[in-house]
Design a protein around this ligand. Structure first.
Ligand code: TXA
Ligand code: MG
Length: 319
């Protein structure tokens, strides 16, 4: 199969309506999309990504009303969150009806729903009469793609079309939330919307505690978002005892480390801006991965605001 990159929404629609899968831009990361009500399309997504079937997919729509036939009523606290953050990088879990294939939810009773805010994604979704199942368009376990080129680097020959919407402007995946009477609102995956932003709407929330023994919960697999090059959070002063400095790369927060050549180092944000750092994170990990280094050293950022989600990704990448 030859993979083409282009700007044609109508070409994406034609393929999606024919049960094919297409990479699409969103404000967070590129998604690998297919008809979320069509088991063949969903199977193609799992195959192209090499994704284990126990890791469920998010359904994307442009209007929650379009999902009415497929989901139970959205609990009030989640509706309030949607009022504030949808369209945008918010994903909610709601009880599904049988019209949504079990493949989408890996057999779980609830389905993840998101209304992306990227204008091209919204335009595309508004012209479809089915939701799009779309995980991030990276091979399972690798770094999420934030440009059409990233998708091509990973999935060339495996999908027919990449709809180019430019670089993703958030750069971090959506924040996933659920609600239960017992626990109230719970954040299952830290993402582009911060805990502080969520709590400003709902009051205090619970944070999911990660467990590898329960991979059916979101973003859960410990090792994730990882480059092929060895990656570590060990301090650089220690690493230079084991590796020649010119073979060590570094993903730094605001400043270069004097022990390493500058050209081996990338700064997430010179000004210490979390939004900029979030936007840079995955692209910079990919750049470092292409530099033929022996090891990449990461530096955690302050654990506040979007820094918490950034650190969560860094922790998984180094696991
Ligand atoms: O920003 C995003 O959310 C991007 C863009 C493309 O929308 N999508 C994304 O999808 O990050 P993915 O598949 O890479 O991550 C979705 C996460 C997975 O960790 C999965 O386990 C969890 O959501 N998830 C999906 N459906 C679920 C469900 N029914 N119950 C629990 N977790 C679910
Ligand atoms: Mg992913």
């Amino acid at each position: 199969m030859t993979t083409t990159i282009g700007y044609s929404i109508s070409k994406a629609i034609e393929l999606l309506e024919a049960g094919e899968i297409v990479a699409i831009p969103t404000e967070t990361v590129y998604g690998l999309a297919g008809n979320g009500l069509n088991e063949d399309a969903i199977t193609k997504i799992f195959e192209a990504k090499n994704r284990p079937s126990f890791d469920p997919l998010i359904l994307h729509t442009d209007r929650i009303e379009k999902m009415e036939a497929h989901i139970s009523q959205v609990p009030e606290p989640l509706l309030r969150l949607m009022d504030h953050f949808s369209p945008g990088p918010l994903t909610i879990l709601v009880d599904k009806k049988p019209s949504i294939p079990d493949l989408v939810t890996s057999g779980l009773p609830r389905v993840a729903i998101r209304i992306p805010s990227h204008p091209i994604a919204l335009d595309l979704l508004s012209q479809l009469d089915f939701p799009l199942a779309a995980p991030s368009a990276n091979p399972f376990g690798y770094i999420s793609p934030t440009t059409a080129k990233h998708v091509l680097d990973n999935l060339d020959g495996k999908i027919p079309f990449i709809l180019d919407g430019g670089p993703c402007y958030n750069g971090l995946e959506s924040t996933i939330v659920e609600y239960s009477e017992k626990d109230g609102v719970k954040v299952l995956r830290k993402g582009s919307i911060t805990i502080e932003q969520i709590e400003a709407v709902t009051g205090p929330v619970l944070l999911n505690t990660v467990s590898t023994s329960n991979p059916s919960a979101p973003g859960m697999l410990h090792k994730h978002y990882a480059p092929l090059t060895k990656i570590t959070s060990r301090p650089i002063e220690e690493l230079i005892k084991d590796y020649a400095p010119e073979t060590i790369g570094a993903l730094r927060w605001t400043t270069y480390d004097n022990n390493l050549p500058k050209e081996n180092q990338l700064l997430l944000s010179r000004e210490g801006n979390y939004r900029e750092a979030a936007k840079n994170l995955f692209a910079q990990l990919r750049s470092l991965d292409r530099m033929n280094l022996h090891i990449i050293a990461i530096e955690y950022v302050p654990d506040e605001d979007l820094g918490r989600a950034i650190n969560d990704k860094l922790r998984r990448a180094t696991h």
